[in-house]
Design a binder for this molecule. Structure first.
Ligand SMILES: [Zn+2]
Length: 191
């Protein structure tokens, strides 16, 4: 079991090697998912497992659980035995807990491909509300499930469009365009 103190993953030095950097990103994504979702129940997020047994990506997703502040976040893979706990996550940049109660409208459940879920996680200019939506995305046998109200979805589509418009990297822009199309189709279907 991997025991992590989140404080050790923040502000990694410039010369941190790639594998350590990717592990840090994986663990910070777990904190985002665990704090974006409901507290007290373990749920299967859309975050893929980082392991590659026999050089093939593990098909598992990260099951995350956060109970209360000062209790470590727990995570495990749905397919292999990868598991761990993360402490000192409270009030970090990855802590997406709601700061106040809000009245949520009726959410639509939108099934999106895994690549779209990954493109959404990769957005850099999201506000916290949208980031919470993106990291609450759950695993699904056909990809992933985004639960969003019509307003949430409009805002997310706007963020994806804005970022795609300003993206100089062609490959990244194509991923964002694909995410934009998938969300737009879902929005059109739901109305
Ligand atoms: Zn796994």
């Amino acid at each position: 079991m991997l025991v992590t103190d989140l404080h050790h993953l923040i502000d990694l030095p410039q010369d941190t090697p790639g594998p350590a950097r990717r592990l840090a990103e994986h663990l910070s994504n777990i904190v985002k998912a665990a704090t974006a979702g409901d507290a007290g129940t373990a749920w299967e997020s859309a975050l893929p497992c980082r392991r590659r047994p026999a050089n093939r990506a593990c098909p598992g997703r990260m099951i995350v659980l956060h109970t209360e502040p000062r209790a470590p976040i727990r995570w495990r893979c749905s397919a292999c035995d990868d598991a761990g706990v993360i402490s000192n996550w409270e009030d970090s940049a990855f802590d997406l807990r709601r700061r106040q109660l809000t009245v949520a409208g009726a959410a639509n459940e939108i099934v999106i491909p895994n690549e779209v879920a990954a493109a959404l996680r990769d957005l850099r200019l999201l506000d916290t509300e949208c980031e919470r939506l993106v990291f609450r995305v759950r695993a699904h046998h056909n990809g992933a499930v985004l639960a969003a109200t019509d307003d949430d979805l409009d805002e997310l589509i706007g963020s994806v469009a804005a970022e795609a418009n300003h993206e100089p990297n062609r490959r990244r822009r194509q991923r964002l365009d694909a995410a934009f199309d998938a969300l737009n189709d879902a929005a059109a279907d739901g109305r």
